[in-house]
Ligand binder design. Structure first.
Ligand code: SF4
Ligand code: SF4
Length: 241
């Protein structure tokens, strides 16, 4: 029987490491623990085989890489160290941006333009922080389930505070719809007498560039956060998400 010529193996855009074709046992351990195995007929083992056998476009065009929760269980369980998470995220990267499902790409574009995924204007954001600061200070905050909170005398949200130890990013859905959730962190900072701050601009803490496979947006958002931290001299960046 003629020996298999591995140099003639189809080249896949997704085969980040061609040796996966040799190391993958096709054992299916990855598929057995995956919460979305079988959805639309895909599973992580099949994704690897598709990538290595020249069928990557089928994977890229399918819904499956977007249904994957990127939980990492497949990669964790793989006895051969195949980088399944990287593979699936890369499949997202190869999707045309106008075909990214749902509102995700719109959020990325909004973040690049306005500094947060939901396009909250700076004035509204600062007004909200001032308003919430007052409620915290006066003890007029009511929790989701009617619980009462004490007053926090002297409390305010420091914005772009020079010399802060911690700079805190924010999930834009909180100022938009669940502002009380930001207060959980604020109460801890108050109790710990922490020296903290939030950025005035580019404060979004949820990086949809990461989830949508948009590497340029991912890097730009990280660059902005780091720039914010350097501007005030903060030693630690906190991503509550
Ligand atoms: S667990 Fe690893 S070796 Fe097994 S089929 Fe999945 S990728 Fe291949
Ligand atoms: S990362 Fe995706 S493919 Fe892997 S186990 Fe989780 S859901 Fe399944």
């Amino acid at each position: 029987m003629e020996a298999l010529d591995l140099t003639k193996r189809p080249k896949s855009k997704l085969a980040l490491q061609p040796e996966w074709a040799d190391v993958c046992y096709t054992c299916g351990t990855c598929a057995s623990g995956c919460p979305v195995t079988g959805v639309d007929g895909w599973d992580p083992r099949k994704a690897v085989r598709a990538a290595l056998l020249g069928l990557e476009q089928e994977l890229v065009d399918s819904r499956w890489p977007w249904i994957c929760t990127v939980c990492g269980r497949c990669e964790y369980m793989c006895p051969q160290g195949v980088k399944l998470n990287s593979l699936i995220r890369y499949a997202r990267t190869l999707r045309e941006r106008d075909k990214v499902p749902g509102v995700l790409h719109k959020g990325v574009a909004m973040c690049m333009e306005k500094g947060n995924n939901l396009g909250i204007p700076e004035f509204d954001y600062l007004f909200l922080l001032a308003d919430l600061s007052k409620e915290m200070e006066e003890g007029t905050v009511e929790g989701h389930h009617g619980e009462e909170y004490p007053a926090y005398p002297g409390f305010y949200v420091p914005v772009d505070k020079e010399g802060a130890n911690i700079i805190v990013t924010i999930n834009s859905k909180e100022p938009m719809g669940e502002p009380e959730d930001m207060m959980f962190w604020w109460r801890i900072f108050y109790a710990a007498k922490e020296n903290w701050t939030v950025p005035k601009q580019n404060w979004e803490g949820v990086n949809w560039g990461l989830f949508t496979g948009d590497d340029d947006a991912l890097k730009e958002q990280c660059r902005r956060i780091i720039e914010n931290a350097r501007k005030v001299g903060a030693k630690t960046i906190l991503y509550p998400e």
